[in-house]
Design a protein around this ligand. Structure first.
Ligand SMILES: Cc1cc2nc3c(=O)[nH]c(=O)nc-3n(C[C@H](O)[C@H](O)[C@H](O)COP(=O)(O)O)c2cc1C
Length: 415
């Protein structure tokens, strides 16, 4: 009974599946939820405001401008629903409304409430449309953006569609939607400080070409960066994972960019500098690259061979040099000598908020293996020593410390 006394906002846009929403309202009310409804103009062609307000026992909101400005609430109508809601479900979400939400359009109560909803509250999007519309490039691109930015997309089911065709586009039945809302309200990931944040993570090794068939690289498997990406998505963050060549599946919900060299990784990272809240440099980038890349294959016609190396860009420093007060930079420092001092220096020199000192023993900690031993040093020089853990658990512990840093930064800026 997690819905009891919860404030559930329903956004209805103009799709035929709107006929299912009156039943949904009854189900939510039966479970003790407070339900308010916002509709688009087109939605009112499919389901009447009278039906919706009768069942929800609340007036239905459509326009940002009320008929008159008489009560205090009238002045703040455009933000009031977003502030009130414990969860916002947009069902059905038309292709048009999905595009508006993606673009930040804010010209009716449904779209305004989406923008003003508190960042840690569940945003549930139920696309419902014809199969061809659903698979179109624009709808898929927009849904992917929404998923990257804190929304949960409930993919439509396959079956008979209102168009008379059969395909993927059917909105789930009211009982299923009520269960999804119930689970979302229970789900503590929305309480995470990372919910709605944009996180960029670099992972894996890079390859620096010597000629067309040979390269310089290292043993990084990418496992730590991928574990961080999966853990951050589970906490409601939008995650972009910029990875060098690895043999790992992409965690669900993560936006993955594959690169090869450090210069390519640097370029991809720069495109996300401004928009991200947290940048985690978990990649083991090659510090140097061959000064010249030889076309074809170098012949072995001499006993020795020299390769001139030049410094690569420092991807993490590039970010931390230009970061704003509200962005966090997190780095790794892999050492074979067991010297915490190097990690401290890296923290200050690179202006990081957190550094993970990573011991390398070649067996349980470091590259390729599934476990790691990390010592985290935060910007206040507080040390968080972690035992031998799976990389998955180590990622969770790192994110806990990042969340603490977000909370303490917020407290400082509120004071
Ligand atoms: C009978 C009918 C059914 C429709 N069903 C859908 C639908 O299921 N999904 C959808 O994305 N658009 C559907 N549309 C198109 C939308 O109503 C149209 O794009 C409208 O501009 C959406 O406005 P809104 O997003 O502001 O509600 C339908 C239109 C008609 C006339």
């Amino acid at each position: 009974m997690s819905l009891k006394d919860k404030n559930i906002l329903l956004g209805i846009s103009g799709g035929i599946a709107a006929y299912k929403i009156p039943i949904l309202i009854r189900l939510l009310k039966k479970q003790g939820a407070n339900v308010r409804v916002v509709v688009t103009e087109a939605a009112t062609r499919f389901v009447t405001e009278l039906t919706l307000s009768t069942l929800s026992q609340e007036p239905v909101c459509k326009d940002i401008f009320p008929d008159s400005f008489s009560t205090r609430d009238d002045w703040t109508r455009h933000i009031s629903m977003g502030e009130w809601a414990d969860a916002y479900a947009i069902a059905p979400a038309t292709a048009n409304t999905i595009a508006k939400l993606t673009a930040g359009v804010c010209d009716d109560m449904l779209s305004a409430s989406f923008i003003t909803l508190r960042p840690n509250k569940p945003r549930l999007i139920f696309p419902a449309m014809d199969g061809e519309m659903f698979s179109s490039a624009s709808v898929q691109r927009n849904l992917s953006w929404l998923s990257q930015n804190g929304c949960t997309i409930i993919n439509p089911e396959s079956g008979d569609l209102a168009s008379g065709q059969c395909g993927k586009g059917r909105m789930p039945e009211p009982e299923a939607i009520a269960n999804i809302i119930d689970e979302a309200v229970k789900d503590k990931s929305h309480d995470s400080k990372l919910c709605g944040k944009s996180v960029v993570i670099t992972a894996g090794p890079t390859r620096e070409k010597i000629d067309d068939v040979r390269f310089i690289s290292n043993y990084s498997s990418g496992k730590m960066g991928f574990a961080l990406a999966a853990a951050a998505v589970a906490r409601g963050a939008g995650v972009t994972l910029i990875t060098g060549p690895v043999h790992l599946p992409t965690p669900d919900g993560v936006d993955r960019l594959d690169v090869e060299s450090t210069e390519e990784m640097d370029l991809a990272a720069k495109q996300h500098y401004r928009s991200c809240d947290i940048f985690i440099g978990a990649a083991a980038v090659a510090d140097y690259r061959p000064a010249n890349h030889v076309a074809g294959k170098i012949k072995k016609n001499s006993k020795t061979m020299e390769i001139n190396l030049v410094r690569n860009p420092d991807v993490l420093t590039g970010f931390s040099k230009q970061k704003t007060l509200h962005q966090l930079a997190v780095g790794f420092c892999l050492e074979t000598e067991g010297n915490l001092q190097n990690a401290r220096e890296k923290l200050t020199q690179k202006k990081l908020d957190l550094v993970a000192y990573n011991t390398f023993d070649g067996k349980t900690s470091g590259f390729e293996v599934d476990t790691n031993i990390l010592t985290l040093i935060d910007k206040n020089l507080e040390i968080h020593e972690l035992p031998l853990l799976s990389k998955k658990e180590a990622a969770e512990r790192m994110l806990n410390v990042i969340e603490e840093l977000i909370s303490s930064d917020k407290k400082t800026s509120d004071e």
